[in-house]
Design a protein around this ligand. Structure first.
Ligand code: FCB
Length: 484
């Protein structure tokens, strides 16, 4: 099941037209800038996440995560795949750092598996887990690359899932404890930390739509999870600053321009509500301590979230930078039926419109990258932005000589980087771009069926990595600091 098709469970018929958010004023301005050229010092990188690449799922004292458990349930993952081995990066990390070097990249976004640090998510620390990330970090630094870790990229200790997972408020406090342990061990060698990856995506897909671990389909549990994650941001932020106030702390938000399916008032109103739930429910609430209006019925909001007196102060965090992930746009249709969230009668999906799509069926819409950056700047203000993910699935296989020709990925990256350069020229303070992904990997519920890598991985035979044509192209872009 394509997770984007299931973005929001809704029953209404699909609308018929799209009204992409475009602006004439910016189009005019863009003509005056040199499209595709990046500012000096711009940081080029690539991204991965622990569960998607590491494998070694039972090694060196690692505990069981919710994904280790979820992949075993029949029918949850395409072709019954698991990430027990994945890219085996736990053992091959030096090879993977060599890939980053070969691609001329200067920033590596990876994530830390909580279950390697605290096998059950509570108490006892596993020194071997900390040692692994020390080795990894030191090797990244030795290669002259900036380590850019994310503390939570969706793999929760199963024990905490059993205790209610993210809908359980206590998980925020467990998270802060884990963050404190990691920072005390690694804070001396890493200056930029992301608290979470894509709070919206994982809370929705895990607790509302049931397509990610632990597979729950409970919209009200999803709402509770959003609040716990916001609290965890504030608690995690302060845990890091307590270790060292000079460390830069940010978080990575998945964002997407939302367009009404038609220009009816009902579709427009539905779009406004859904847009806030998707794009600002986390970022704005964390940065201001207040939830945006116009999403939940005001008289029910506190009860729906489990919001307690003082929570505004707990969740507030003046992040040092903001990470944004952009893939596609979202279309919203008003419906008669509720989608399960009180007050919301709408359906939102990602895989529609008169646009070309990638192999994972995601609409290709580069102008949306520009539009969403301008939109998010209204929330993030002066803070530096890092693009933590952007990329495309194309499943090209090696040709007879073993080369991988993936011209569509090059085209995707070229058009998106051009849009990004226009946003920067128009004043959005973006300082880094990370392509998703350094290499093909375990794509969650899609298993190994969707290849997002700049590098091909031979999962079936020998784990051999082969840089794709797009990888060589991206290496040149990184070297020349401009789109070619
Ligand atoms: C993002 C996730 C990342 C990967 C890409 C394709 O939403 O953060 O782990 O799955 O999509």
């Amino acid at each position: 099941m394509n997770r984007r098709d299931m973005l929001i469970s809704g029953l209404a018929a699909a609308g018929t037209s799209l009204l992409p958010g475009n602006s004439n004023a910016t189009a005019k301005q863009n003509k005056m800038t040199q499209v595709g050229v990046f500012p000096p010092g711009f940081l080029w990188g690539a991204a991965t996440s622990a569960y998607q690449i590491e494998g070694a799922y039972r090694e060196d004292g690692k505990g069981e995560s919710n994904w280790d458990r979820f992949v075993l349930a029949p029918g949850k993952i395409k072709n019954g795949n698991t990430a027990n081995v994945a890219c085996d990066s736990y053992h091959r990390y030096r090879e993977d750092i060599a890939l980053l070097k070969a691609l001329n990249l200067k920033s590596y976004r990876f994530s830390i598996a909580w279950t390697r640090i605290q096998p059950t998510g509570i108490g006892a620390v596993n020194q071997k887990g900390l040692d692994y990330y020390k080795r990894l970090t030191d090797a990244i630094l030795e290669a002259g690359i900036r380590p850019f870790p994310t503390l939570y990229h969706w793999d929760l200790p199963q024990e905490l899932e059993d205790r209610g997972g993210w809908p359980n408020r206590d998980t925020a406090y467990r998270y802060a404890e884990y963050v404190d342990i990691v920072l005390k061990a690694l804070g001396d060698r890493i200056n930029n930390w992301s608290l979470f990856n894509e709070s919206k995506a994982f809370t929705q897909l895990s607790y509302w739509l049931g397509v990610f671990a632990p597979g729950r389909k409970d919209p009200l549990a999803f709402l509770k999870a959003t609040h716990t994650v916001n609290l965890a941001h504030g608690l995690g932020f302060r845990a890091i600053k307590a270790v060292n106030p000079k460390i830069n702390v940010g978080s990575v938000f998945d964002v997407s321009p939302h367009v009404p399916a038609t220009d009816s008032d009902a579709d427009k109103a539905a779009t406004s509500a859904m847009e806030k739930l998707s794009n600002t429910w986390f970022a704005e609430s964390i940065l201001t301590g207040e939830y945006p209006d116009g999403v939940l019925p005001p008289d029910q909001q506190a009860a729906l979230l489990g919001f307690q007196t003082g929570d505004d102060k707990i969740m507030h965090a003046d992040l040092d930078f903001v990470g944004l992930n952009y893939y596609s746009l979202t279309r919203v249709t008003a419906t008669k039926e509720s989608n399960g969230i009180p007050g919301m009668h709408l359906k939102a999906d990602w895989a529609v419109g008169p646009y070309e799509k990638t192999d994972s069926d995601w609409v290709i819409y580069p102008q949306g990258f520009y539009d969403i950056l301008k939109r998010m700047q209204l929330i993030t203000g002066h803070r530096p932005i890092e693009i933590a993910e952007n990329g495309a699935a194309y499943n090209n296989q090696p040709d007879a000589s073993g080369q991988i020709h993936d011209p569509k990925r090059i085209e995707y990256l070229r058009s998106h980087l051009n849009a990004l350069s226009r946003a920067i020229a128009d004043g959005v303070p973006v300082r880094a771009y990370h392509c998703w992904s350094l290499m093909d990997n375990f794509e969650w519920a899609e298993g190994y069926s969707q290849r997002f890598g700049l590098t091909y991985v031979d999962f079936e035979n020998n784990q051999k990595r082969t840089i794709k044509e797009s990888g060589y192209w991206y290496a040149k872009v990184a070297k020349e600091n401009k789109v070619i």
